[in-house]
Design a protein around this ligand. Structure first.
Ligand code: UT7
Length: 368
């Protein structure tokens, strides 16, 4: 039986278009100094009209598969964590499954706001450890720029678009995800929410006129909550792994606000050098922020085999969580896979399936 779920691949995708603090100062009553001082953010990436959570997620997933050198047909499960899905349904994960040609995978979305990637990692790990699957892709993908009120300076300065993905693979070798913490407090749901567009408040001309399809947030309350739970969850997850905080090589936190990460570092009595921070470049990409930060850390050579890493997040719901990981890297594999060819095949396969469905419809329609 498979006992351990290792992170063997990682990938990210961010839109090319960048919006600086100075750009925002042209749009709302704000300025670069305020945004840097209060958040640490300098720029964020904004999706072009043709980009979406699925296109960014699929790109990140393919890159993660490349690092792992895992064939798309060998993926058993795709979990896409997102608060800005393509549609309420079908799941963004299903769109990604089709685009990457993961023909043997089950795919579903998970919504736990900015903590979603942590929850998704934990779900995939449990499925691997339980023996139900061997290979999973976990994706965090957001296009929050589509849900932000660009006239609201308290929220529009924070968020950015992007996606990140991990490949998780089972093995008997010890390592990978070794402990987890998952928590929610629904009593604080109204502190960070998108009121309309769901079944409680379907879209009407009035909800649109009232701006209820935009993100609404009580920034101060979320800030207070975040500084408390980041340190607590990190402590708890390290304890559950049977480790001490001093054993941890690196913490990869949700990238919301530099002051929140700084408060967590002080709470844990750990130096800031142990924390990966890249929010200055991307802003808060919600559930995508942890995998994006991980990819940049890996590419900068900051992740070494057997490093003990804590991933910790918080967000709307309210939700918060953490996992401890012993870093592995790609499993040895025989022949490099031609991913360009796989992409082309996925496109053709998808087109053929639609065509067959169309033709079947004609035949059945005629018979009917
Ligand atoms: O992934 C989870 C998502 N959410 C978060 O992580 C958000 C957590 N909260 C925060 O990061 C911070 O609360 C914010 C960055 C959102 C706000 O920072 P703050 O230090 O808590 O500011 P504040 O809300 O207490 O506002 C201070 C002042 C206010 O003016 P007055 O009432 O003191 O005159 C605001 O109106 O700053 C004003 N303000 C701004 N000024 C310039 C608020 N937004 C802006 C702005 N530019 N963009």
């Amino acid at each position: 039986m498979t006992l351990y779920a290792h992170i063997t691949g990682w990938g990210m995708s961010a839109p090319e278009k960048v919006l600086t603090n100075d750009d925002l100062a042209q749009m709302v009553d704000t300025n670069d100094e305020w945004i840097r001082d209060r958040t640490g953010i300098e720029r964020r990436h904004i999706a072009a009209p043709e980009e979406s959570s699925a296109s960014l997620g699929a790109e990140a997933a393919i890159r993660a598969l490349k690092v792992a050198n895992l064939h798309p047909r060998d993926v058993d499960l795709i979990i896409c964590s997102t608060s800005s899905p393509q549609h309420i349904f079908p799941a963004t994960a299903s769109v990604i499954q089709d685009r990457i040609g993961a023909i043997n995978a089950g795919a579903f979305d998970l919504l736990a706001a900015c903590t979603g990637f942590i929850f998704a990692m934990n779900m995939a790990t449990q499925a691997i450890r339980g023996g139900a699957i061997r290979n999973a892709i976990v994706i965090g993908a957001e296009t929050l720029s589509r849900l932000v009120d660009w006239n609201d300076r308290t929220t529009c300065i924070l968020f950015g678009d992007g996606a990140g993905a991990f490949v998780l693979q089972g093995s008997d070798e010890p390592g990978g995800v070794i402990s987890s913490v998952m928590r929610s407090d629904g009593s604080g749901g109204d502190l960070l929410c998108l009121p309309a567009g769901g079944s409680a408040m379907p879209a009407t001309p009035q909800t649109i006129a009232d701006g209820l399809h935009y993100i609404q947030m009580n920034g101060r309350e979320v800030f207070r909550f975040a500084t408390r739970v980041m340190a607590n969850a990190s402590r708890e997850v390290v304890d559950r792994a049977g480790l001490q905080l001093e054993d941890i090589d690196l913490i990869i936190p949700h990238q919301a606000n530099l002051r929140i990460i700084d408060a967590a570092a002080r709470g844990l009595k750990l130096p800031m050098e142990k924390f990966i921070v890249n929010l200055q470049e991307y802003g808060n990409t919600s559930t995508a922020s942890i995998p994006i930060a991980t990819v940049e850390a890996a590419e900068a050579g900051r992740l070494r085999r057997d490093d003990k890493i804590v991933f910790v997040g918080f967000g709307g719901g309210l939700t918060w969580g953490a996992v401890t990981v012993i870093w592995t890297g790609p499993f040895p594999s025989a022949k490099p896979i031609n991913f360009q060819q796989q992409r082309r095949l996925a496109r053709i396969r998808s087109w053929l399936r639609r065509l067959v469905r169309f033709l079947e419809g004609l035949i059945w329609g005629r018979r009917g």
